[in-house]
Design a protein around this ligand. Structure first.
Ligand SMILES: C[S@@+](CC[C@H](N)C(=O)[O-])C[C@H]1O[C@@H](n2cnc3c(N)ncnc32)[C@H](O)[C@@H]1O
Length: 204
């Protein structure tokens, strides 16, 4: 795959856009042999990115047509599932060394995602937040994080390594996003984040 001229950096077809800068920034915290869950993978930009690093990836979306190609990689498992229709979580009992969610929000999924993170595992989450409705879609509050919501989700459960909230430029548009990177290393008590071993901070 590496020498295929029809594919760009990270082995993806050229038509597929670059990974998020937030994901790229914190990817160094995820070891190359770690399994990554790409939730609502869409075009697979993060699936391809992590495959290119040597990670095994489970890519899940209600429409997996755009990542059919990635499914040909032995390290990639593509799962087509509607995550919002009340069906059981399709990955019950499975855990991952990293979970990546970008530009997708379905609040009832958050507890199962946190349970699916291995000890020491890394959560990278980035999506649109309140205020975004002024600039662009999504505008539905169900799809927009509330102030500090990502921090609330991981409070007492994960060690926060990076958090940002605010206005960014995406192509020629502005958008309001919230993003977090947090690590599952608080230990059994989970009530003393200051006792968790510090994570190396990738350069900003
Ligand atoms: C804005 S795209 C983000 C794709 C990808 N994470 C990225 O950053 O490039 C949102 C994705 O969520 C998926 N999605 C929306 N509703 C879903 C559902 N009910 N179950 C599973 N996936 C869903 C869509 O199919 C789409 O691929």
């Amino acid at each position: 795959m590496a020498n295929d001229p029809s594919r760009g950096e990270f082995g993806r077809p050229h038509c597929i856009v670059e990974p998020s800068v937030w994901v790229r920034r914190f990817a160094p915290l995820i070891a190359g042999d770690t399994s990554v869950l790409d939730v609502a993978c869409g075009s697979g930009r993060h699936t391809w990115f992590f495959l290119s690093r040597g990670n095994s990836v489970v890519a899940i979306d209600r429409n997996t047509e755009p990542v059919r190609d990635a499914g040909g990689d032995p390290k990639c498992e593509v799962i087509e599932a509607n995550l919002e229709n009340g069906d059981p979580w399709p990955l019950t009992g499975r855990t991952f060394g990293a979970i990546v969610v970008v530009n997708y929000l379905f609040r009832p999924l958050m507890p199962v995602l946190l349970e699916s993170l291995e000890a020491g595992g890394v959560l990278i989450y980035e999506t649109f937040a309140r205020g975004n409705e002024t600039y662009t879609r999504p505008r539905n509050p169900d799809h927009l994080l509330k102030t500090g919501e990502l921090l609330e989700w991981v409070q007492g459960k994960l060690q926060v390594v990076g958090f940002e909230s605010g206005l960014i430029n995406i192509a020629d548009k502005q958008a309001v996003v919230q993003r977090i990177c947090a690590v599952n290393n608080l230990g059994p008590g989970k009530n003393a984040p200051e006792d968790a071993p510090p994570c190396p901070l990738p350069p900003g």
